[in-house]
Design a protein around this ligand. Structure first.
Ligand code: NI
Length: 185
């Protein structure tokens, strides 16, 4: 089922999301399936549960769409349950980002190129991994959502000022995108 994506201004995007008990959580498989379907319908590379209105630590990522440029990501579609970044290291790399909750806004964001993460996979296997490159960027963006953060929080005061008009338009319910959204108004 395709769910509406909550956009900038929705309070759930500013909450710290909670770990879930994956065994007791009702219909976790369906939630993950719906999140994949919603992300795909919006051509996203990642989606965090707060973006569909749920303040829980569940994220889906699809890097297969990048496999022409990055063959190592062919078939890469994964769900992350209770992910946490336990270490950020490496160099800072600047790259343009967008976000399904911020339609029409694309800005350059500096992020670390090497992180250590812990999470459960869909089969509830535990992972503690060092992640580098593009995936490290996507994870930092998506896991930020679980801390109530969005990529615009990383911008300079000047860049924030430059996109203020677009943010205000979103707060007024004006979202220009092809997918279903739930704006504040
Ligand atoms: Ni995002």
């Amino acid at each position: 089922m395709i769910l509406p994506i909550y956009t900038y201004g929705q309070p759930v995007l500013r909450k710290v999301a909670e770990d879930i008990d994956p065994v007791a959580y009702p219909e976790l498989k369906k939630l993950i399936a719906d999140m994949f379907e919603t992300m795909d319908s919006a051509d996203g590379v990642g989606l965090a549960a707060p973006q569909i209105g749920l303040p829980v630590r569940v994220v889906v990522v699809n890097l297969d769409v990048l496999s022409e440029e990055h063959p190592e990501y062919a078939g890469f579609r994964k769900a992350y349950i209770n992910p946490h970044i336990v270490d950020l290291s490496g160099d800072e790399v600047a790259m343009e980002e967008g976000c399904l909750s911020l339609p029409g806004i694309h800005e350059t964001v500096k992020r670390k190129d090497r992180i250590r993460v812990t999470y459960l996979d869909e089969e509830l296997g535990m992972h503690d991994e060092i992640v580098e490159g593009y995936l490290a960027r996507v994870m930092q963006h998506e896991f930020d959502h679980l801390e109530g953060k969005m990529f615009i929080d990383h911008l300079s005061a000047l860049r924030k000022q430059m996109i203020k008009g677009k943010l205000n338009a979103l707060l007024k319910g004006k979202a220009h995108c092809t997918y279903k959204v739930k704006t504040v108004k």
